[in-house]
Write a protein that binds this ligand. Structure first.
Ligand SMILES: Nc1ncnc2c1ncn2[C@@H]1O[C@H](COP(=O)(O)OP(=O)(O)O)[C@@H](O)[C@H]1O
Ligand SMILES: [Mg+2]
Length: 594
């Protein structure tokens, strides 16, 4: 019985594979992969170009219902440069008309990108919009998968043709399948929210398992670049995982990180590129693959597999380690960006809280001082004046001379005026009416200062359903008071209107007059002796809000301020739930691909 007879007959799968990983697991062919990538990455065209002695075989999936077409054309210079690039990249700044021609028909003004499959093959893609970093990573994943798939296909073709296959070939075929699974699995773990630690552990386990290699490690470069920490590992004696090693001791990893690509070593002991290293000799390491794990700006570290045997790693093995390192890199970068965002949000929150505390202390201190002065005025000065009034009364009764009597009467009148003014001052200093709400306090204040006075005023609080909490009520009251005092002192207005409303989780207040108007910009900068406006704005800003003044000469003025009731919203919680929701959405989107 020939080997091919034992292969399962080609049957229709019970469920059509829809997601990328499903298709990978189902062992999809190269053309299907191109079509899948074209749809999944929303490309206008994608082609796989294989260079062969001056000629290029182009397998093209263009935007139409048509299947993948094949053609042959002369090679062009930009193509050989694409074959040298290790990672997917956008094609810009060079004459890419030949590249675009290979993707014909492509809409005018399209962007182009390329990703290397192997020494001779590159995938190029075109689309109307730009390629984002994520698109490029997906394109690279497609290219890597395409390399694996293609080699599988070659083998399967051999098998179907009934070619005699050695047990080595069967083993290689199985190995490739396991590699594809491992990459798909790590990718799934990354998108379903595994932690950095879990992802690293999983990568190490999978690589050790698939390649059946004695030593595997993931190292992370430490700041300064001289040492690296072993984050996870298999096969090493106790104490290695978790420790820091000098970069000089792991020259192969150093090379991978320096050149930003994989370093493959057949025998490190005789390889002229490296100096002998204590660490490697100690563990008897001979062969290995080191793949860089890229970071946001500098490399994150290395994924290394090592064997104490003289072992020849195949191109598949190298591609597999690289694909695992790339998947890991992408996941780690995403996790770290998320953590960074969260901690800066927390820092922001802390600063806001700090400001809030500071403001409360400031407000409290000022209010304390005001209360103290009001108390002194009441208990001391007013009492003294009351005593003076009393004595003047006694004196007036003892005196008969009408002229003198009148003089004393005038004196008593003056003392009375002074007392009234002091009572007004107490009223100004204290904000007792605030217990009844901001609007009530303002009305009582205005009634007091403009009782039948020259200014017609109004307080509109129809849209204020929630009064500010007590400390912010005081802040708002003091700002309004200052604005009112400006209207009183400087505007010459005949009308003033105050509006209070709940807006965006806070208080929006406006104090408008129809008076003389002024150059607000100039007065919002501190000027000696005039600190009212500046202090108003500072109070609003300390409460995490803002204050604006709109005024034109002869057209009146409008002071507007907003203060939030909550200083800064809480930073969002860690978001595994949100991530899972995104994943569900993505799965749905992928299932939509037929
Ligand atoms: N409502 C207003 N109408 C006209 N001018 C105003 C008004 N508010 C403020 N100003 C002008 O802005 C200047 C600065 O005001 P402010 O900072 O409160 O200091 P001060 O009241 O002590 O002069 C005032 O001197 C006045 O010229
Ligand atoms: Mg003022």
């Amino acid at each position: 019985m020939r080997f091919s007879d034992r292969l399962p007959a080609k049957t229709e799968p019970s469920r059509r594979p829809n997601t990328v990983s499903d298709r990978l697991k189902a062992g999809l062919d190269g053309a299907a992969l191109l079509l899948l990538a074209r749809r999944a990455l929303r490309l206008d065209a994608i082609a796989q170009c294989t260079v062969d002695e001056g000629w290029v075989d182009v397998k093209l999936a263009a935007k139409s219902r048509a299947p993948v077409s094949s053609s042959r054309t002369r090679t062009w210079p930009a193509l050989s440069r694409m074959l040298e690039e290790q990672e997917a990249h956008s094609l810009v700044g060079e004459d890419h008309s030949s590249t675009a021609a290979a993707l014909q028909p492509l809409p005018a003004g399209s962007s182009l990108a390329a990703a290397r499959v192997d020494d001779r093959t590159v995938i190029i893609a075109g689309r109307r919009g730009r390629f984002t970093a994520q698109d490029l990573r997906d394109l690279q994943l497609t290219a890597t998968a395409s390399g694996l798939v293609r080699r599988n296909q070659d083998l399967l073709a051999d098998l179907r043709r009934g070619a005699r296959v050695s047990s080595d070939t069967v083993r290689a075929l199985k190995l490739r399948n396991r590699q594809q699974h491992a990459i798909a699995e790590l990718g799934l773990m990354a998108s379903s929210g595994g932690s950095e630690e879990q992802l690293i552990e999983m990568a190490v386990d999978q690589v050790a398992d698939v390649l059946r290699v004695e030593f595997v490690k993931v190292i992370e470069a430490m700041p300064g670049g001289r040492t690296a920490r072993v984050r996870a590992g298999i096969g090493w004696p106790e104490g290695v995982v978790g420790s820091d090693i000098s970069m000089a001791d792991i020259p192969q990893a150093a090379l991978a990180m320096e050149t930003n690509r994989s370093a493959v070593v057949r025998n490190i002991q005789t390889d002229r590129r490296f100096k002998p290293s204590r660490f490697l000799i100690e563990h008897g390491i001979v062969s290995g693959i080191s793949s860089v794990i890229r970071g946001k700006t500098a490399p994150f570290g290395e994924l290394g597999v090592h064997s104490p045997r003289l072992r020849r790693f195949s191109r598949d093995d190298v591609n597999f380690v690289r694909a695992m390192a790339n998947t890991l890199a992408e996941a780690i970068t995403a996790r770290r960006a998320e953590t960074e965002l969260r901690s800066s949000l927390q820092a922001l929150h802390r600063t806001a809280e700090e400001r809030h505390r500071l403001m409360r202390r400031l407000v409290d201190a000022v209010e304390e001082e005001r209360k103290r002065i009001a108390g002194d005025v009441h208990d001391d000065y007013l009492q003294v004046l009351a005593a003076v009034t009393l004595r003047l009364g006694v004196l007036a009764r003892q005196i008969r001379d009408p002229a003198r009597k009148e003089m004393i009467g005038g004196l008593a009148q003056t003392v009375e005026t002074a007392s009234n003014r002091l009572r007004g001052l107490i009223f100004e200093l204290r904000a007792d009416a605030l217990q009844d709400g901001l609007a009530a306090a303002l009305r009582s204040y205005l009634a007091e200062i403009w009782e039948g006075g020259p200014v017609t005023w109004s307080v509109n609080d129809e849209k204020l359903t929630d009064d500010p909490p007590p400390d912010l009520r005081l802040v708002a009251y003091r700002i309004c008071q200052e604005a009112i005092s400006n209207v009183r002192k400087h505007s010459g207005a005949s009308r003033m209107a105050i509006t209070l409303a709940n807006v965006d989780g806070g208080l929006l207040a406006g104090i408008a007059d129809n008076g003389a108007g002024f150059d607000a910009k100039a007065h919002l900068r501190p000027q000696p002796g005039h600190l009212g406006l500046v202090a108003m704005r500072e109070r609003a800003e300390l409460a995490s809000g803002w204050l604006r003044v709109k005024s034109r000469i002869g057209k009146g003025s409008n002071v507007e301020f907003w203060i939030p009731f909550e200083a800064v919203p809480e930073p969002p919680m860690p978001r595994p739930e949100a991530r899972r929701a995104r994943q569900r959405k993505r799965n749905r989107a992928e299932s939509a691909i037929d």
